[in-house]
Write a protein that binds this ligand. Sequence first.
Ligand SMILES: [Mn+2]
Length: 374
Amino acid sequence: MPKFLHTADWQMGRAFTRFETEDGAALVEARFEAIETLAQLANEHQCDAVLVAGDVFDAQTVSDRTIRRVFNATKGFAGPWVMLPGNHDAALAESVWTRAQRLGAVPENVHLALQPGVIDLEPRGLSILCAPLTQRHTYGDLTEPFSGYETPEDFLRVGLAHGSVQGLLPDEIDSTNPIAPDRAEASRLDYLALGDWHGTKQIDERTWYSGTPEPERFRNNEAGNALIVEVSEPGATPNVTSLPTGRYQWHQWRETLAVQSDLDQLLERLNALPESAVVDLRLEGSITLAGEETLLKALSVAEARFRSLRCERSGLQLAPTDEDIAALKADGYVGEVVESLRERQQEGAQDDAARDALAILAGLLREREQEASQ
Ligand SMILES: [Mn+2]
């Protein structure tokens, strides 16, 4: 019974420059490890092939080393791999793929679908109908010719394409690289393996986006999986299983703090995240001096625990309570300064200088207090 692994959107060579150097490097490494994981899964599940539905590479200009490392990472699975060019790695006359071939980096069991047509994987009983992108954007449906492709009668007809299923995906109005929503049925496909949408998404019983095996952005939904597809015989309904492959989970939280329990809940949620979290926080609202102290300490602990933690606090106003101010024991001139910084913050929305000055001053006063009590 033919079985294959469906994956896509590896985006190899993507640099994570917005992150700390060590975190960015770890995120890059995780993508190579994801390919090794796919190879391992293909073995474990005794797959007949691995199908990669486009955007193996993030750009045509990735380094030779990246190209070689990508193919090296496939070595764990000795069966056939079929790789399809997507919009990021389109099969231009001169492309990342032709460079890979010139480098001699492509193993014999890896088929590059650089031209539209059918790749028959003979002993496996699989016909792969390929619709590679030969430019970054197209406006016609490249899967249309699938209907005219003849395949051996006892072979599965499996489509491989990269683009947007029309009318079904959010945020994709006006999208390029359109794919007809009824392609599988119209072209008598047993299964249509799609790439471009980075989350795992079922379109119909024969059509799926596998999503990227390793999440690489915050707005992904359901990213970090691979699909194992089993079809008992031509025409049978595919049995599709989603398996987790991702190492890191990305979380982007936008929180507004107003009362103490908001902060408590935020820290509780943060605590519950695993070490493999990549966290992007943006905090707004207001926080007391005591709350700020708790927050900073928790962030310091969290940033050492998670793969990455970034927190944007410029929209979070420091609102010292009367207890906060009393605890500072600021009198005389210092007391007046504290008071005027408080006022400036309340007047000017997001007065960063006043906020920072107040935080620094509060910190210094607290230190002085601690020293005095020793
Ligand atoms: Mn794409």
